[in-house]
Design a protein around this ligand. Structure first.
Ligand SMILES: [Zn+2]
Length: 442
């Protein structure tokens, strides 16, 4: 099958070449990262109702469980009141309703680490495709207010967080989507952060522009302003995520002390030295491989997969066909090479789709994201971690991302085993948000 297919890409040359090396992430690094993330998690939850889990009680028996980190064969999972109560191989479901998981894999709901979300129907479609948490990376404040309120009360929507408007230079990247709140002076950083917090933001998004695949050059924030935004955000215990697309952006972001990178360097392929420096910094990256992919019409593969196509809304099909004329085509191989470096260096990678951008959709494009991560050298397990446990660590979401006692029962059941064949993630049988099953057919 060709580059657009969904067969296991272990057969592709790229996959084999990079899998020989194991990540070098140390236990102490992981612990430090988790501690930082947890500190944010304790303060960065604006809508307690969404986390006041009050879901159903049931048992899933004889399922293979991918718990967010590893594969556990033939397990029973007990869910009580929307939380995972127990997981084991000889558990008695008692009087709980039982779902037979034979032949299926139970895994945590996906966390999409990069979207631009404008409507409840997008959150609904995300959830119906197995994404239980949607992390927006720039939207209008009126959408943030409406969607945060909706997600806190409607169980048919994915959970939702957003930074509201994006900090960018006047007429910088983001302005073309009307998502910008321009900032011209480091002295205005405190005001910028206070305004976003008042709008309901739980983190801050900053756009650096050095975007070479855009047909025109837009202004770029300077290091002093980015540094001031980080200081002001951290004073409110809000993390800062930086839109970065080239090596200079990454160096500036590391120096400024940002908490995560949105996108990855797409102008240069493998850069082991940069990746190793990034790994030492402990800053995570959300490589939005779908962004270059859609410029090469890769997203259209979703329309050819009946498991996806048959369940896509009309609006999503229209969005997949959208094109943005300001972008030039970028090489998928170059983009992939950057992700290979990140993976080999042991950088914490969180999956993100950039859904809501032209040509990319909520929910379905997360499955395409996983396909692309595997194509770029992550193992199937690593790709699934990036959409579950590693995403939760990166974004400080301590209550989800794994199937473990005490956590929210944000889960999905799929036929087959996506740890062997990543496209099995598309064989959705059931999705639960906080233990409440959501309809998956339109
Ligand atoms: Zn974006």
């Amino acid at each position: 099958m060709g580059r657009d297919g969904t067969e296991p890409v272990a057969h592709a040359g790229h996959g084999f070449a990079v899998r020989r090396r194991l990540p070098m992430r140390s236990a102490s690094w992981r612990a430090a990262c988790a501690a930082t993330a947890l500190a944010f998690a304790l303060t960065a939850t604006p809508h307690a109702a969404a986390d006041g889990v009050d879901g159903d009680s049931f048992a899933i028996t004889d399922a293979t469980v991918f718990d967010g980190r590893q594969l556990l064969p033939q397990r029973t999972v007990l869910v009580r009141d929307g939380r995972i109560a127990a997981i084991g191989d000889r558990l008695d479901p008692g009087d709980l309703p039982v779902i037979d998981g034979t032949g299926a894999t139970l895994l945590p709901g996906f966390i999409d680490g990069h979207t631009h979300t404008r409507s409840a129907s997008e959150l609904q479609e995300a959830l119906a495709f197995g994404t239980t948490t949607v992390l927006d990376m720039g939207t209008r404040p009126e959408y943030l207010r409406e969607l945060a309120a909706a997600a806190a009360t409607r169980v048919d929507l994915a959970d939702f967080r957003s930074p509201s408007l994006i900090a960018t230079a006047p007429q910088g990247h983001g302005a073309q989507y009307d998502l910008d709140a321009p900032i011209t002076s480091a002295a205005d950083a405190g005001k910028f952060v206070a305004e976003r917090a008042a709008e309901g933001a739980t983190y801050i998004k900053v756009v650096l522009n050095g975007v070479r695949h855009i047909r025109f050059q837009t202004p770029r924030l300077d290091a002093a302003i980015v540094g001031a935004l980080v200081t002001a955000s951290h004073a409110k215990r809000m993390p800062v995520y930086l839109h970065a697309e080239n090596e200079d952006d990454f160096l500036l972001g590391m120096a400024a002390g940002v908490d995560g990178f949105a996108h990855h360097w797409r102008d240069a392929g493998e850069r082991p030295a940069l990746a190793e420096r990034l790994a030492r910094s402990g800053i995570f990256v959300v490589p939005t491989l779908t962004a270059p992919d859609r410029l090469n019409d890769g997203q259209l593969e979703l329309l050819r997969d009946d498991r996806i196509n048959s369940r896509l809304s009309t609006a999503a099909k229209a969005r997949l066909a959208e094109r943005n004329p300001v972008f030039t085509t970028v090489s998928m191989d170059v983009s992939c090479g950057a992700v290979t470096s990140l993976r080999d260096a042991g950088v914490l990678i969180a999956a993100g789709s950039d859904a809501g951008s032209p040509g990319i959709v909520h929910g379905a494009s997360m499955h395409r994201t996983l396909t692309l991560l595997v194509r770029c050298g992550l193992s199937e397990v690593e790709a699934l971690r990036s959409a579950t446990a590693d995403a939760a660590t990166a974004f400080g979401l301590a209550d989800r991302g794994r199937i473990a006692p005490g956590l929210r029962a944000d889960m999905q059941l799929v036929r087959g085993d996506p740890t062997r064949l990543i496209s099995d993630s598309r064989n959705l049988l059931k999705v639960w948000r906080a233990g409440i099953e959501t309809p998956i057919d339109p």
